[in-house]
Design a protein around this ligand. Sequence first.
Ligand SMILES: Nc1nc(=O)c2c([nH]1)NC[C@@H]1CN(c3ccc(C(=O)N[C@@H](CCC(=O)O)C(=O)O)cc3)C=[N+]21
Length: 281
Amino acid sequence: MTALILDGKTLAASWEEQLTERVSALKNRSNGRTPILATILVGDDPASATYVKMKGNACRRVGMDSLAVEMPGSTSTEQLLAKIDELNNDPNVHGILLQHPVPEQIDERACFDAIALHKDVDGVTCLGFGRMAMGEDAYGCATPKGIMRILEHYKIDIEGKHAVVVGRSAILGKPMAMMLLEANATVTICHSRTKNLPDLIKQADILVGAVGKPEFIKAEWIKDGAVVVDAGYHPGGVGDIELAPLVDRVSAYTPVPGGVGPMTINTLIFQSVDSGEKAIA
Ligand SMILES: Nc1nc(=O)c2c([nH]1)NC[C@@H]1CN(c3ccc(C(=O)N[C@@H](CCC(=O)O)C(=O)O)cc3)C=[N+]21
């Protein structure tokens, strides 16, 4: 079996062309106004700095502006909340991305939840999560929503399938499970206390690796013909799943790099353009 490659990189590039046209049309009908995404980076973790820079670059590629807010590693919860409040009240800011993780003295959940719902283009608030889980209108959390968009694009059948999500983080595993449930999958969520992980993974028609540990999920645990989505990103270009031995026995898979990562950024930009259009014209 030759697996279908769920090519997030190419898909994101083609969707950027459409977003570029939307931003350009918005400019034309609003005296040159563009959507603006504010990115907040707290501290100086080099990997986080790189991701935030990639998000700013993606804004620029579609003709949007971004506002890069950088705060020191010693920032308090109160200081970060004050900054978020300022951005919530800034009519020129249409989306707010608070890069995860923040330094440990900060209450990250409180800061995520301080983001105004209509500016939560990264889908990190409890309110946005709850609305999404109930099937109400809300911006989706960027990584799982990016995964849903790529599965939809490639017409991967979800309804009635057994989807196994490995990981339960607030911005990946949990919202992923809820989105798959909304798409009528039968969903199992596995995590660090799960017993018989290989047995559960063996049952997956759709497997999402979202554990954050390099190649933690072994190829031999995965059944032939499964759809494999790897949301991991680790130095050396590996994900959470041991992918190499799978490429000719699964039905489809997301490569690392070039799979989920570019879709995450594209979804953030897509939702920022939507928010900008709603606010501007
Ligand atoms: N509030 C918040 N929202 C996020 O969406 C968020 C976050 N915090 N914190 C960190 C993770 C990580 N993340 C990535 C985005 C793109 C790539 C990406 O595009 N990766 C490229 C490779 C990039 C490289 O060269 O290293 C790829 O997979 O092809 C990776 C990782 C977003 N995250």
